[in-house]
Design a protein around this ligand. Structure first.
Ligand SMILES: Cc1ncc(COP(=O)(O)O)c(C=O)c1O
Length: 401
């Protein structure tokens, strides 16, 4: 192929992907930074972009609209009315069945799902125990204290997750040291753990904590915003996880690719109280099918697709590790996030720019330790492994300095 034709093909490719603007390196995965950054994937079609940055496909508005069209063309989407009926009811029923719970309900956000779960499970009890590094403790604007009148007690500071010993010690401390006792109602686990690079809480720990809570009359809530991702990497089915908890929340936008929303599953006695609470807090939306129809679309077959993703990820990482100058390591109890480090002779910026411009492959920026968090998601299904490896090999050559 002559040079001019090559250039034209490249231009066509970039145009097709909507990647005409110069890319810049994205911030590290940790914290909320990745969702705050101006997102260069916004113009790229889900079919062509392979991102190692997000938990899901990061659909552009155009790709989202196309997806809704596709879903609607296959079977007309039925609207809900203030969250009742239609696609939303169908999703709630599907989730309840998949999680082995009596009921499920759509909420506008995971924050509201976590907070209402704690509030309703607690009843009149004032205390809830939460992981110190959890979203519910550190990223929900003290809603439990300021809105719901519940006091959150953090456990496991400095660790990715607390274990039964930590929990028992925290409970003993508050029992022994408090003169005017008010009850502990709920214990919360976050799994996988966002602030620890989506690492998993071992199933043995979940079981121990659950057995203890059941034996002592405490309710247990799971912030499982990324539960299917964890399940795919640990091999523990989502329903097995859910069985240890009274309520389980799952995000609709992290890997189910909806524009927003959350699902809370649990027994009918709790879930039946949620819609009134959503209204009280101003969260009732007239129509929610735009989120629930997309989430349902991606929920179907999620286990099978993620199983393929896990297999491909292993194959890919083994092959990339063969390239001189690249080291990719899994984390302890890791799920979909890996640490990528490059030899000092390789420019990450050049590599990332090359991969993005030439192959629509998106990398994160390095963190302060020089590590790039390589996040695996369903976009891995858009390419075959040898093709991805070939792109990286050329990219590394271009990026040597
Ligand atoms: C672990 C975890 N829980 C809860 C939430 C809250 O979800 P939402 O943004 O829907 O309120 C998030 C969102 O980032 C999360 O990562």
């Amino acid at each position: 192929m002559n040079k001019q034709k090559q250039m034209k093909n490249r231009r066509d490719f970039i145009k097709k992907c909507g990647l005409s603007t110069a890319p810049f390196l994205l911030p590290p995965l940790a914290g909320s930074a990745k969702s705050l950054v101006a997102n260069p994937t916004n113009t790229a079609s889900e079919k062509t972009l392979l991102n190692f940055v997000y938990d899901g496909l990061a659909l552009s508005p155009q790709a989202y609209l196309e997806k809704l069209h596709e879903i609607n063309a296959a079977q007309a989407i039925e609207p809900d009315f203030y969250g009742n009926g239609g696609a939303t009811k169908a999703l709630e029923e599907e989730f309840a069945a998949r999680m082995g719970k009596e009921k499920a309900i759509y909420l506008p956000s995971g924050t509201m799902a976590n907070q209402l779960a704690i509030s309703l499970l607690n009843g009149n009890k004032t205390k809830a125990i939460v992981p110190e590094n959890s979203h519910v403790y550190r990223d929900e604007a003290d809603a439990a204290q300021s809105v719901h009148g519940k006091r959150l007690i953090p456990v496991g500071k400095g660790k990715p997750f607390y274990d039964l010993k930590d929990l028992e010690a925290a409970i003993a401390y508050s029992k022994e040291q408090e003169v005017f006792r008010s009850g502990l109602g709920t214990v919360v686990i976050e799994h996988p753990i966002r602030r620890a690079d989506n690492t998993a809480v071992p199933i043995s720990t979940i079981k121990e904590v659950s057995d203890y809570c059941r034996a002592n009359g405490y309710k247990l809530h799971l912030d499982g915003s990324r539960l299917h991702l964890a399940a795919a990497f640990t091999g523990v089915p989502v329903a097995d996880y859910a069985a240890y908890f009274d309520t389980v929340y799952i995000s609709l936008y992290k890997y189910l690719n909806a524009a927003g929303g959350a699902i809370l599953c649990g027994e009918a006695a709790i879930i039946n109280q949620v819609s009134h609470q959503i209204k009280i807090f101003g969260g009732t939306s007239f129509q929610t099918w735009g989120n629930t129809a997309v989430a349902m679309h991606y929920l179907h077959g999620i286990e099978e697709r993620l199983e393929t993703v896990v297999g491909k990820a292993k194959e890919l990482i083994a092959a990339l590790n063969e390239i001189k100058g690249i080291t990719i390591e899994g984390l302890e109890n890791g799920t979909n996030v890996y640490n990528l480090s490059l030899a000092s002779t390789i420019s990450l910026k050049k590599l990332a720019n090359f991969l993005y411009q030439e192959h629509a492959i998106l990398l994160s920026r390095a963190n302060e330790d020089g590590l790039v968090k390589l996040t695996i998601n369903e976009s891995l299904l858009t390419r075959n492994v040898p093709k991805i490896v070939a792109a990286w090999k050329t990219g590394i050559k271009e990026a040597r300095q």
